[in-house]
Each structure stands twice: as structure tokens, then as C-alpha cells.
Design a protein. Structure first.
Ligand SMILES: [Zn+2]
Length: 123
């Protein structure tokens, strides 16, 4: 998983796991180039952003905060429905191109049709 850092917005070079007190935390590492240390030694410069405990969904949710998604654990059986509702709210506000809007409309119509059939044969 790469992309932009949910904490500072800079591109993430890589993610690191740090163990502390029996829990594992995720850290976004930003590569800042090299500089010369004492004696002319080349040193890699990095900046680190703490993102939260591994296994929590907090840091992933922040990555998706623009779309209004709050990611949930596997124990939430209807999380897909929650995601869909959050995305629907986002999409109704978002600026879509004509082609994207049409593609989305077709996808949603197909889903709606399948759901109506499952709900009792009405379509
Ligand atoms: Zn950062």
C-alpha cells in the first residue's frame, strides 16, 4: 500500500512496522534524499509519520476520508452496505465526467436490478 500520507499529505516512500509494548504500529516513511554527515559519509534522510496501530482501521480510513469511508472490521457483516451508502453520498456531491457518470449509472442499475430480483422477483 503506497499513496499519500494520511497525516501530512506527502507521497509515502514505504511503510514501516514498529513494535511497542506488544502492539504493532504503522509508520509512513518519507524519503527526503541524502545529505553528507561528518567525514563526508552519505546519510539517507527520512521523515516518519505515525499512523496508528496495525489491525486498527483508523489509518486506512484516513486514506479514504475524502470519500467519507470509515472502514470496518470483518466482524461487521453489513459493512459493504455502509460503504456503499457512504460512497453514494460522496458521489452525489462529486464532479463526475459524462462518461464516468454513465458507467456508474449502469453499474448501479445492474446492482439495483439484481437486488430487486433477490428481494422477491420484482424488477
Ligand atoms: Zn507523512
Amino acid at each position: 500500500m503506497r499513496g499519500l500520507c494520511p497525516r501530512c499529505g506527502s507521497p509515502v516512500s514505504y511503510y514501516e512496522r514498529q513494535r511497542k509494548g506488544g502492539r504493532t504500529y504503522v509508520v509512513a516513511v518519507h524519503y527526503m534524499g541524502y545529505d553528507r554527515g561528518p567525514g563526508g559519509r552519505v546519510r539517507k534522510r527520512v521523515r516518519k509519520c505515525y499512523l496508528g496501530p496495525l489491525g486498527g482501521y483508523e489509518y486506512v480510513s484516513r486514506l479514504h476520508s475524502r470519500e467519507g469511508l470509515v472502514l470496518k472490521g470483518l466482524s461487521e457483516p453489513w459493512r459493504a452496505v455502509d460503504y456503499l451508502e457512504a460512497l453514494a453520498a460522496y458521489i452525489s456531491e462529486a464532479e463526475l465526467g459524462g462518461e464516468e457518470a454513465l458507467r456508474l449509472a449502469e453499474t448501479l442499475e445492474a446492482i439495483a436490478k439484481a437486488l430487486r430480483i433477490r428481494a422477491g422477483g420484482r424488477s
